[in-house]
Design a protein around this ligand. Sequence first.
Ligand SMILES: CC(C)(COP(=O)(O)OP(=O)(O)OC[C@H]1O[C@@H](n2cnc3c(N)ncnc32)[C@H](O)[C@@H]1OP(=O)(O)O)[C@@H](O)C(=O)NCCC(=O)NCCS
Length: 151
Amino acid sequence: MDYKIRRMTFDDIAIIIELERGLFREPWSELMFMEEINTNGSYVLCETGNNSIVGYVCGWRVMDEFHITNLGVAKDYQKQGLGSELVQYIIDHMIRQGLKKFYLEVRQSNVPALLLYVKFGFNITGIKKEYYKNPQEDAIQMMWQHEKKQG
Ligand SMILES: CC(C)(COP(=O)(O)OP(=O)(O)OC[C@H]1O[C@@H](n2cnc3c(N)ncnc32)[C@H](O)[C@@H]1OP(=O)(O)O)[C@@H](O)C(=O)NCCC(=O)NCCS
């Protein structure tokens, strides 16, 4: 299967909300995705054949930092490297824009996401106590810094 990544648009929100509700216990609202699109850090991953959206990533640029705020891959498409493709895409894209520091937060019980970010080299920088609800849970704060290659 071939996939492509493109900018998220307002027309995508209905299908993304459907995916989001299947993936998260505290899903984002339509308004939250609208705000993300306005920040220009949101992308969708589609099957090239039929253009159906199977994943998405969102983030905000804050000064010279980038905060990954959401990441999801449709259940039937997980464990095929697509989440990694989205994270790699957004990191590469932001590095090309001169950003070096990448931040995110993740539920402490979300082992798949934690392992994905560790694989990318993200380090744990802190814990936000009881940050999430339904169920109440700590957030693990993570950061990765792009180091310019020598030579
Ligand atoms: C987290 C998520 C985006 C991963 O997407 P994915 O396409 O399955 O991820 P990949 O196939 O690229 O996996 C990359 C690495 O992540 C880890 N990983 C992914 N799914 C995993 C699982 N179910 N169990 C353990 N590790 C897992 C592994 O280290 C994996 O590397 P490997 O394949 O070499 O073992 C997906 O599980 C998801 O949408 N989860 C629900 C939403 C969510 O939690 N988002 C993150 C919020 S911070």
